[in-house]
Design a protein around this ligand. Structure first.
Ligand SMILES: Cc1cc2nc3c(=O)[nH]c(=O)nc-3n(C[C@H](O)[C@H](O)[C@H](O)COP(=O)(O)OP(=O)(O)OC[C@H]3O[C@@H](n4cnc5c(N)ncnc54)[C@H](O)[C@@H]3O)c2cc1C
Length: 425
């Protein structure tokens, strides 16, 4: 089946809506709109699943209800920044630019804000697997998604902090099933893991895709089978008309009655000329994939000491992590790749790193970790679906449902107010 583009719109009936961006969010949104009966045009600058959706850790964390910014986290930041293999890096020359977002991030760490964000994340994430199954159909779902649970593991449990207590309470409130694991059980599951790992927990209901890239391509195939077509067009500018929008693209301009902006990290700059400010920062992340690691990892895990996710993929064992605050256009840093490789060796002293492949991508992140899924009233017909940060693979299917609700009125089960831009005012 052809996935590539032709420059003209395919059928005689003009599209009802144009989705800009064919990452996991744009694809799920395009499919949901199509399933709601709309004729959908889908544009992407480079091809389906080529942005952050390509190289992530593939975790579908249905119980993920904890935002990144938590009470007391500020005091951990210096320790993270000082550790060259730590989870956080900041480019000094960019620090001032990131400051307004960092201040909003700090404000989002109050217990009240975290509790509200947690409920919004839970509602968005908990139906992810059933929604993927509906969008993909059983055969594609079974080929691409494994339901093996997910582990969080660490070297020293330490004394629980205020944030740890809040995290446990929120998981309890949202009924996220977990089981504790001791060192012996972990070593039975992963015989080559270092003895430094002492404990962990298993999120029994979590899942993962064995290939984020194949998942996006399968969603595109579903869209195409329903009569849709992906057009390779980079949208350079959006003009709001009296009715509808004009999209200025690298292959001519197009008018369309409604648009969904789902361009990941590029969303804020695309809508800023329309007078819409989306508080997005780029949490740059990396992965290293080892084709023949020579160690046993049957289910994905997150090594909490370094915040690195380890996922068995179709193509190798993927180590993904790092939050690097350095702006949209700064070159990828080899130091961060070396640091992930160090973590791989720390976890598995005998690991074979030969043939390692690396990748770099941009998490589009809001200060409170909740994406922006909204229909700003200043421009009727404009919809925003961006800001999925660390959990876009998990939040994408329900994002599509909520956009379909905003466009057609068909209920999604989500409270749209929790995902709107007005929460930042
Ligand atoms: C290292 C790492 C690990 C991660 N692990 C996980 C995980 O395990 N589980 C999870 O749930 N999430 C994870 N994430 C987060 C997840 O990858 C993102 O939240 C998600 O991919 C965002 O999807 P998106 O569609 O919004 O953006 P993208 O995937 O970046 O897609 C945006 C698309 O828009 C297109 N585009 C941009 N500008 C234009 C334009 N002007 N015109 C036309 N098209 C345009 C791009 O070409 C791209 O295809 C991880 C992220 C990283 C970086």
């Amino acid at each position: 089946m052809s996935r590539s583009a032709t420059p003209s719109l395919p059928h005689s009936k003009a599209p009802d809506i144009t989705v800009i961006g064919a990452g996991i969010v744009g694809l799920c949104t395009a499919l949901s709109l199509q399933r709601a009966g709309l004729k959908v045009a889908l544009f992407d600058a480079t091809g389906a699943g080529s942005g952050a959706s390509f190289g992530n850790a593939g975790l579908i964390s249905t119980g993920s209800c904890i935002p990144i910014s938590l009470p007391g986290m500020l005091w951990q930041v210096p320790r993270w920044l000082l550790d060259p293999d730590g989870p956080l890096a900041l480019r000094p020359a960019y620090a001032l630019k990131a400051l307004p977002w960092v201040l909003q991030w700090l404000r989002a760490s109050s217990t009240a804000r975290v509790t509200r964000a947690s409920a919004a994340l839970n509602a968005l994430h908990s139906p992810a697997l059933s929604r993927y199954q509906e969008l993909l159909g059983d055969e594609r779902f079974d080929a691409l998604i494994q339901r093996r649970g997910q582990l969080h593991i660490w070297s020293q449990p330490g004394k629980p902090s205020l944030a740890d207590h809040l995290v446990s309470e929120l998981r309890r409130q949202h009924q996220v099933p977990t089981t504790p694991l001791d060192q012996q059980t972990l070593r039975a599951r992963m015989p080559e893991i270092t003895e430094r790992i002492q404990a962990g927990i298993c999120f029994t209901e979590h899942a993962n895709t064995v290939s984020p890239q194949a998942l996006t391509h399968a969603l595109l195939d579903c869209f195409v089978e329903r009569g849709g077509e992906l057009q390779i067009r980079s949208v350079q500018k959006i003009d709001a008309l009296d009715e509808g929008f004009r999209l200025w693209t690298n292959s001519g301009d197009v008018t369309t009655p409604r648009i969904v902006v789902a361009t990941g990290a590029h969303s804020a700059e695309l809508v800023r000329p329309l007078g819409i400010r989306v508080p997005l920062e780029f949490e740059r992340g990396y992965h290293v994939e080892l084709p023949n690691p020579g160690v046993t990892v049957l289910q994905p895990f997150i090594y909490k000491d370094k915040a690195v996710a380890v996922t068995p993929m179709q193509t190798g064992l993927r180590f993904a992590g790092t939050v690097e605050i350095a702006g949209l256009r700064h070159a990828p840093q080899p130091r961060r790749i070396a640091s992930i490789l160090n973590t791989a060796r720390e976890l598995f002293p005998t690991i074979n790193t030969e043939g390692a492949r690396s990748w770099f991508g941009l998490r589009p992140s809001t200060p409170d970790s909740v994406p922006v899924i909204d229909a700003p009233s200043v421009h009727p017909g404009l919809y925003l679906a961006c800001g999925h940060g660390h959990t876009g693979m998990t939040g994408a299917p329900m994002t599509g449902e909520l956009i379909a609700q905003l466009v057609t009125g068909k209920a999604s089960g989500l409270n749209a107010a929790e995902y709107g831009l007005s929460r930042f005012e």
